[in-house]
Design a binder for this molecule. Structure first.
Ligand SMILES: [Zn+2]
Length: 106
């Protein structure tokens, strides 16, 4: 049982909440490669730490606990937005590409 953070309704007992991500940000992970090489030999050396190259990624800024119908609505909206963004990107690419002159071989 929980209160949906989107519509504010209280769900029935026993229903599970869904989590939706509403905000993300770019994140750069540093990793620990600058700590290497660590060369401390001997019998009682500490175990090696796993190497972490770091990298780029996304980090969740805000997450909401919502009911199933709200999650579905959100997912649909997100998919639509993504499709629109993909289309816009494609159109931008087409606009940026040099005009392809039609080949008219007779
Ligand atoms: Zn809801």
């Amino acid at each position: 049982m929980f209160r949906c953070q989107m519509c504010g309704k209280v769900s029935g007992a026993g229903t599970k909440s869904k989590k939706i991500v509403v905000a993300t940000r770019e994140r750069e992970y540093k990793g620990n490669m600058d700590e290497f090489p660590q060369r401390r030999g001997g019998r009682f050396r500490e175990p090696r730490k796993p190497r972490d190259r770091g990298g780029r990624g996304h980090e969740i800024v805000k997450e909401l606990m919502v009911c199933a119908s709200c999650a579905e609505a959100h997912n649909a909206k997100q998919a639509a937005a993504e499709a629109a963004a993909a289309k816009a990107r494609e159109e931008a690419l087409l606009a940026a590409a040099p005009e392809v002159s039609e080949v008219t071989d007779a």
